[in-house]
Design a protein around this ligand. Sequence first.
Ligand code: SF4
Ligand code: SF4
Length: 298
Amino acid sequence: MKPDKDINSVNHPCFNVNARKRFGRVHLPVAPRCNIQCRFCDRKFDCVNESRPGVTSGVLSPYQALVYLEHVFEAKKNISVVGIAGPGDPFANPSQTMETLRLVRQAYPEVILCLATNGLAIAPYIDELAELDTGHVTVTVNAVDPAVGAEVYAWVRDGKRVVGSQAGAALLMERQLAAIRALKKAGIMVKVNAIMIPGINDHHIVEIARTVADLGVDIFNCLPFHENKGSAFALIKEPSAADVAAVRKEAGAYIRQMTHCARCRADAVGCLGDAQDTGLMAKLKACEHMPEVPDSVW
Ligand code: SF4
Ligand code: SF4
């Protein structure tokens, strides 16, 4: 196992709260498909008015993403992190994800590469992620008990096999925990996100924190459920700030807490929480420098 890096010294605005005002991140939306169905998820493409995960103004091919990145670096000088956070899951779109990371690493040897995934299908790619010096990976773990997981996930697709309810949740959980172990062994800094969903898994978040702390996870991000009329959880309300704070405090006994998450879009760019950090790609999409996606890409 490689020695851990010091989280306080990384220039990643999500992992290190002290870096959040100085450094920005850009998400490249190259991964439209997903391999699981979270009951709270409603992905929206081509939306410029909503700010939450799963929403993007467009989907880019790896080559388009590289062209877009040139514009981003010209427009914003403090970007330290290039990440892939959907709008689906990076490893439900592995060729697009890995090609993008290779292109970015080749063009920008110094940049921090980052990924956010549900962890189901990352395992075969961890060695190459380490070779590409991918510094940071976020795995979203909403349950470490299949009975709770069955409430959160409608199904899980493993290759051509679709597994429903509790068996699907059990498979996902097993893959997530194995992936976290392998990522840590490869020397990659790992954050775990857990969406706190009232009445579904809010009583279980501390147990998730305790479990992933034992695996050496670097930081834990308990995110409040985002009300979403288009999802199966349309009637569930966002938890109160006090309830989220209480869970974070309890979970903090086991693992460092992230408390500054901005619940970003899949095409966010700039510093966390910047009011105008979502529109750059919308403008560039129409620009003459943006190549069309060839049909063969999909
Ligand atoms: Fe949506 Fe992400 Fe869940 Fe996939 S893993 S269903 S993109 S929230
Ligand atoms: Fe960072 Fe949270 Fe935004 Fe992800 S959603 S990039 S963890 S601030």
